[in-house]
Structures are given as C-alpha cells and as structure tokens.
Ligand binder design. Structure first.
Ligand SMILES: *Cc1c(COP(=O)(O)O)cnc(C)c1O
Length: 377
C-alpha cells in the first residue's frame, strides 16, 4: 500500500491526515448510554471509567462530553492517566486512580488534587504520612477485596485499617468500594458471594458510602448499586451482560478502505503461510487494516466485514497492515480501490467482532489503532 488512497471517492480520506479508514465515535450515543445507566441506578450517581484512554476512544473527548452531561466522577487505572486527564476537566470533577499510587507519587498526587484509591494498609499509612507532612487532610477512596483477589484491602487487614482510621484523622474517605469479578454473568454465584462480603465490609465501616457496580453490576439489581456506579464498557456500547440482548447503543463505527481488488483462480493461496486455498475462482479485496490497527490476528480465516449489509468473509491470515476479504458475494465492480467497508457498524457490533475473534469487547476497543481518521460526532 503505497501513498494510501488516490481514488477520487476517497479524496476526503487522503486529505484527512492520509488515514486509511474512519473511526467514528458517537459522543451523543455515549451520552445517551450514560443517561440510560444513570436512570437504572438513580438515586445513586454514575461515574465514568475512562481508563486506558476511555477504552481506546479518547479519554479527553469522552470525559468532556460526559462532564457536560452531568458526570462528575472519572476513574482511571494509572496515575499517569490521571495526570493527563486532571487539567482537562473543571475543578468540580474528581479524578480517581483505581490502581492506587506507586511509591513516590504521593506528593504530586496531593499537589494536583487527584484522589487515589487506597488498596492496602501500607498505602493508607503512606497517604496519611503525606497528609501530615503537608499539614492538611487528603481525600481517598478505600478499595476492599471482596473475593476477586486482584486489588484492594484483604479481609485480614480490615481491622488494622479501621484502627488506623480511628486514631488518625488526616485522610478524608470519600467512599469505600469493591469490584465484581463476574458481574457480566447474571447467574454466577460469585455475585451473591461478593455482595455478602461487601455487606460485611459496609457493616465494619458504617460511616462510609459504598461504590460497587461496574457495567454488569448495574444490571444485577439495586443491592449492587451503592451510591456510585462505575460503568466502563456499557458507556462505550459493549454488552454489560453476556447472553442477553445488549441494551446499550453502539458508540463506535469503523470503516476501512479497500486498497486492492483481484480475481484469483481455484487453488490460489491467500496471505501469509498460504493457509487459505481458494475452492473456486474468487474475487478478493485487500483492506487497509491489520492486527496493528486492532483487527486481531485471531480473525484469520474467521469473521467478516460488511458492505451494504453483505457479509464479506475474512480469508487467510490477518497481516500487520492489511486483511484480505472474499467479495464474491457482491456484484462485480461494486468494490474498488478506495471503497470503504464496514468493520464495526450497523451490521457488525463490537460484541460480534469480539466473539468471532475469541476475545472480549474490551480487547477490541482498547486495541483500535491510531492510523484511522478519528472523528467525533
Ligand atoms: C474497569 C473497572 C470498572 C469498569 O468495568 P466495566 O466492566 O467496563 O464496566 C469499574 N471498576 C473497576 C475497579 C474497574 O477496574
């Protein structure tokens, strides 16, 4: 693919930074998803999980749109993300760091007004010490492990945490939280187990409000809502619950340009390794996106893209920068150099593509590449 697109139909593409596809992010749909989730958890509030650059969709654009919609709580995973996001939001928005602070980041965190999620007694003591040395109270959230064994204060440290809070008043706990491991599986017994453990935590720390639900948790019922829901994937259009119709609206659309078409005879090998051998004369198109753009290599000889609702199967291995599709189902001449095909859109959802790739929607979103022209609606 040299020089990208020259075809006149794609002139706009060539002008738009030489990109080879359009990644369209519908901020209005994002906001409608926010409203929908907010309506389910009301009177609890709804935060926005904007870690990993808002699951690949742009933390800055997404957070500003949701702020305008009324969202005031923004959660990222790493401190570096919080440092980038904090200055972009008004002062009445709060930015939280889910993974907590690595040693040495405390003073900066306090200075720029980011709220750490404290995941251990050590971290709590460290944050208290920072507060004392700055001679002011510092805000924090306490995360408890209720059965995921990933992040958070383990059960055996709860009494020491309670004792610390009783003897020192230098930390302002905004709320306590925990994270669900199986919230997308409405029937999983782990949800009830974690809820029971969360209730024990809440009973031990009765002075604090609770935040519990992620996207899936929002649909597990009011017991899981607490005072602040923390959806991520559902905001971005991914299915919050597996096995049921997705109630969320699609936020992402991906159209990719055709860079070459050809007709090959029966018995032709397609792509690296020659793993696909045509069974008949076949019309092929090569599109300008590969695994470096977020089309997972596990889509090799699996899955499809669409053109006007017609399914065009992926044939052969997905390459780094290109993927070959079988366009025999379309009338000859329908697609040519510069035509656009749908990778994500009306005919193929995020969850469809993830299923074909053997992945989850989160992986598809967070892998979407940076060689597309990104447009926000
Ligand atoms: C990522 C994350 C969320 C959001 O999860 P979704 O399944 O995307 O809604 C909420 N809380 C915590 C602690 C997380 O790490």
């Amino acid at each position: 693919m040299d020089g990208c697109i020259v075809d006149s139909r794609a002139l706009k593409l060539a002008i738009d930074n030489g990109a080879c596809g359009y990644l369209t992010i519908d901020l209005a749909a994002l906001c409608r998803n926010y409203d929908k989730l907010s309506a389910v958890v009301v009177p609890a509030k709804t935060a926005a999980v904007v870690k990993a650059d808002s699951y690949g969709l742009g933390a800055s654009q997404v957070s500003k749109a949701l702020y305008a919609r009324g969202c005031r709580h923004f959660l990222v995973a790493h401190f570096i993300e919080a440092l980038r996001l904090r200055p972009q939001l008004p002062g009445d928005a709060t930015v939280f760091v889910l993974n907590g602070l690595l040693p040495g980041n405390e003073a900066t965190c306090a200075d720029v007004g980011i709220v750490p999620v404290i995941n251990s007694l050590d971290q709590l003591q460290q944050w208290s010490q920072t507060a004392r040395s700055l001679q002011r109270r510092l805000p924090a959230v306490l995360q408890f492990d209720t059965g995921m064994s990933r992040l958070g204060i383990p059960p055996e440290d709860r009494s020491a945490v309670a004792a610390h809070l009783q003897t020192s008043d230098d930390i302002d706990i905004l709320f306590i939280m925990s994270h669900l491991a199986s919230a997308d599986e409405a029937g999983s017994g782990q949800n009830a187990d974690q809820l029971a453990e969360m209730r024990r935590v809440a009973a031990e720390f009765p002075q604090y409000d609770v935040s519990f639900a992620n996207s899936g948790g929002i649909f597990l019922g009011g017991d899981f809502h607490g005072v602040l829901a923390r959806p991520g994937i559902a905001l971005y259009g991914g299915a919050p619950t597996s096995g049921v119709t997705n109630p969320m609206e699609a936020v992402v659309r991906l159209d990719v340009a055709v860079v070459q078409t050809r007709t090959v005879p029966e018995g032709a090998r397609v792509g690296y390794g020659g793993v696909h051998v045509t069974k008949r004369q076949t019309r092929l198109a090569t599109i300008a996106a590969g695994y470096a753009d977020g089309l997972p290599r596990s889509l090799s000889d699996r899955g499809a893209v669409y053109y006007n609702g017609v399914r065009l199967p992926i044939v052969g291995r997905v390459s780094m920068d290109s993927t070959t599709i079988d366009i025999s189902a379309l009338p000859e001449g329908t697609l040519s150099f510069g035509s656009m095909v749908e990778v994500l859109g009306d005919h193929q959802s995020l969850d469809d593509l993830a299923r074909d790739a053997g992945l989850i929607s989160y992986e598809i979103l967070t892998s979407l590449g940076h060689r597309f022209h990104r447009q926000y609606r």
